[in-house]
Write a protein that binds this ligand. Sequence first.
Ligand SMILES: C[S@@+](CC[C@H](N)C(=O)[O-])C[C@H]1O[C@@H](n2cnc3c(N)ncnc32)[C@H](O)[C@@H]1O
Length: 164
Amino acid sequence: MASNDFGIRDGEQAVELPEKTDACLYFIGRIRTPWKTRKQCPKNARESNAVCAVELDPRWSEALKDVATSSHLVLLYWMDQSPRNLVLQVPGHYGVQRGTFALRSPARPNPIAMSVVRLLNIEGATLSVAGLDCLDGTPLLDIKPYFASTDSVPDAVVGWHQNK
Ligand SMILES: C[S@@+](CC[C@H](N)C(=O)[O-])C[C@H]1O[C@@H](n2cnc3c(N)ncnc32)[C@H](O)[C@@H]1O
């Protein structure tokens, strides 16, 4: 559960977690980044251009066939230091209470994060990418091609964030 300086703030609310989980995952690799603490991490994927290494477990190397033809990838990763029981949160940088599903906070029932990253290079089972916001050693869940044609929704709105 929470390590890396997570704690319940005033205005936050937690629930009791279900007794058992419903599915199992394979961590397919680890993400190497320059950031060792949450404070050092960018808040989102566009905040930093640092080159990060995605170290894929070599057993999945064959699955990289044709990946190098993509300029951008969607990475899904597991925010392994997050609490999973928060339903209401008060993000430090906004100071306002919001529902977990209205936020991109790493604290959520299934702490899955995503980023669209720029693919710079593939060497064996290691990908160099730019556009990440996670701690060094964060487990990798999946790699998908980013399709601007279907994944991009330029007129999408998050109402509470519009006037920030
Ligand atoms: C606000 S989240 C956004 C995550 C992702 N881009 C998304 O929208 O799904 C990014 C923050 O998560 C925190 N974080 C990064 N890696 C983490 C990890 N392995 N476990 C828990 N929290 C992490 C850091 O504070 C970082 O600034």
